[in-house]
Ligand binder design. Structure first.
Ligand code: F6R
Length: 243
């Protein structure tokens, strides 16, 4: 595991974008595992900037997102479909037919999960997985207690995650209580993983995830077992990790 310290959020975002760029340049038909949330927005902005300068070509890239709320349609401005389109896809030349997120509108949860697992298998697997970190140690929506062996599945979000995500909704009641998420088994099958952390409020949980016991109670701790993980954090998030 490599830990890269960035000065601030911009530095973190640019380092992540450099690694993703190198991935696309060396393998133009890469399968990227992507995340939503506040953390990767700067990375997407940097990639868009380099695309606009003519330095990057996404035409052969496939993207597979980690998760989607159950019950939200792609045009709901709180859905992750909407987030990805507006924060990233519409600004680059990725073929939208090659961008995937779980189908939040599929009521048959088993079917939604099977379909998504099939898409991941058909893609040949994720080359580079980008992750954020939940305040409770979740990755994707694999909440504390998540079984490490799971592929895509339906989860009930914990109160901590519902509270954290409520900042994007008009009121707490509007935050969906369930989501489809890629499982830890699938995340661990990615060839390379980058996990991004910024801000003081992530300092305790990133320390626990990287140096504490490997336990489903801290889902991100499983990353200690992956052979190619790069942690990129700003100074505040990495402040409790010794140099
Ligand atoms: C989003 C996702 C989540 C977030 C995590 C951190 O697709 O899978 O695990 O990465 O909740 O969210 P932010 O970046 O908003 O702190």
């Amino acid at each position: 595991m490599k830990i890269i310290r960035a000065k601030d959020y911009n530095g973190m975002s640019r380092m992540a974008a450099h690694i993703i760029s190198a991935q696309i340049i060396t393998k133009p038909d890469s399968v990227l595992g992507l995340a939503t949330g506040s953390t990767p927005i700067g990375t997407y902005e940097q990639l868009i900037h380099w695309y606009q300068k003519g330095d990057l070509d996404f035409s052969k890239v496939t993207s597979i997102n980690l998760d989607e709320y159950k019950g939200l349609s792609p045009d709901n401005d709180q859905s992750y479909h909407y987030f990805m389109y507006h924060n990233f896809f519409k600004h680059i030349n990725i073929d939208l037919n090659n961008t995937y997120l779980p189908n939040g509108l599929e009521k048959d949860s088993e079917k939604a999960c099977e379909d998504y697992n099939h898409i991941i298998q058909k893609s040949g697997g994720v080359d580079l997985q980008l992750l954020g970190l939940g305040l409770n140690g979740h990755i994707g929506f694999n909440e504390p207690g998540a079984i490490f062996e799971k592929e895509t599945h339906l989860v009930k979000l914990t109160q901590s995650t519902i509270d954290a995500n409520s900042r994007f909704f008009e009121c707490l009641e509007d935050v969906p209580k369930e989501a489809y998420t890629v499982g830890i088994k699938t995340i661990m099958q990615a060839k390379k993983i980058i996990i991004l952390v910024n801000g003081e409020n992530k300092a305790d949980i990133i320390k626990e995830a990287l140096f504490g016991p490997i336990t489903p109670l801290v889902p991100a701790s499983v990353l200690q077992l992956h052979h190619d993980v790069i942690v990129i954090g700003d100074e505040s998030a990495l402040s409790k990790i010794p140099q």
